[in-house]
Design a binder for this molecule. Structure first.
Ligand SMILES: [Zn+2]
Length: 352
């Protein structure tokens, strides 16, 4: 089968991506399905993998991509929920369904948790074999979801849902700050926080993105390149600060995230695109009684819930640009520039 691969370990970046012929994904074993992929969406994670993430891929050539949608090609024994021919989306987080955390329903805490395209072969390939737990039928909504939209849904929506709903428990009337609104997680966080009745303040360095965010019902927009976000937040909240900050930027936003937080507020973090190291004055932490929460992906119950919300029309993915698989380097380069509003997606030939 044809696949987008990194040929060798050690990173080397985007120029080491290539389209190659690789062995077909294995026929599905018990409880597994094999999916003929029609579109695969990129995430910031894919840039880290291309740069050589420590603890990442072990087998090369390594197929990239975490998100995807396609048609079920075959199913293994014991699979009941889906059948060949079904249009499905993939949940990129693979759990063992046996450890203590899985038994408690917390699949993204699984001691063997792995992500497609990071630890495991990815989704930018003609065929992908995954546990049947990890596929969901694409809901029929009007207008019909395109393959790129379906591929763009899972990772960022699941991540944002767990951050906003499960971890930070955003409630009606609360004020939420979301950094960097062009990215997929931030866009999903904005829309989910609005679903739960929050007042949402978003930032970007790009006024066009801020205008687009207002159309998605962002209440306040701040340009973090030209405005002092912490000062603006204090003015907007009568010096109180926001209830929740949603941050996947890391080093670059850490100090301002804390300056923006109210007493007893919650900072929830799912990524560190600008760097992972930060400083913390513990006296401020305990005096202000802040909660600083990590969050990764989500569990099976949360995934089912976001698929239900997609079926209701509430969480339709936003696609920035679609590239043919052969233009994978251009797609990565576009993502790396950070100019996107929504998801960057690879489309596979329909003969796949
Ligand atoms: Zn587990």
């Amino acid at each position: 089968m044809r696949a987008c691969v990194l040929a060798a370990p050690g990173g080397g970046g985007i120029e080491h991506l290539q389209i190659s012929d690789v062995p077909d994904a294995l026929a599905p074993g018990p409880g597994e399905v094999r999916v003929a992929i029609r579109a695969a969406a990129l995430n910031h994670l894919d840039l880290f993998v291309a740069a050589g993430l420590p603890g990442g891929a072990e087998h090369f050539p390594h197929i990239v991509g975490a998100d995807a949608a396609g048609v079920v090609e075959s199913v293994g024994s014991g699979v009941a929920g889906v059948r060949a021919g079904d249009r499905v989306m993939l949940n990129p987080g693979i759990s063992d369904y046996t450890c203590e955390f899985c038994r408690a329903g917390e699949h993204s805490l699984c001691v063997h948790y792995r992500l497609l395209g990071e630890h495991l072969p990815g989704t930018a390939a003609e065929l992908v074999t995954v546990p049947a737990h990890n596929v969901a039928r694409i809901p029929n909504i009007t207008p019909e979801l395109t393959w790129p939209e379906a591929a763009a849904f899972s990772l960022v929506t699941l991540t944002a849902w767990r951050m906003v709903v499960t971890r930070a428990q955003v409630k009606t009337g609360e004020t939420v700050l979301v950094w960097g609104v062009g990215g997929g997680v931030s866009l999903a966080a904005l829309r989910i926080a609005k679903l739960f009745g929050a007042r949402v303040i978003v930032t970007s360095s790009d006024d066009a993105k801020l205008a687009a965010a207002r159309k998605l019902s962002a209440d306040v927009t701040l340009n973090h390149r030209t405005q002092n976000v912490a000062q603006e937040i204090r003015a907007l909240t009568n010096k109180r600060g926001v209830d929740v900050v949603v941050d996947n930027v890391g080093t670059a936003t850490w100090d301002d995230s804390l300056r923006c937080l109210r007493r007893g507020g919650c900072l929830v973090i799912c990524g560190a695109t600008s760097g992972p190291q930060v400083g913390l004055d513990l006296r401020r932490l305990f005096w202000h009684q802040w909660s600083i929460l990590g969050s990764t992906m989500g569990n099976a119950g949360e995934y089912a819930e976001i698929v239900r919300r997609l079926a209701n029309g509430a969480l339709r993915p936003i696609v920035d640009r679609v590239y043919p698989m052969a233009a994978v380097r251009d797609a990565y380069a576009h993502l790396a520039k950070g100019e996107q509003f929504g998801k960057v997606v690879l489309e596979l030939p329909s003969s796949a």
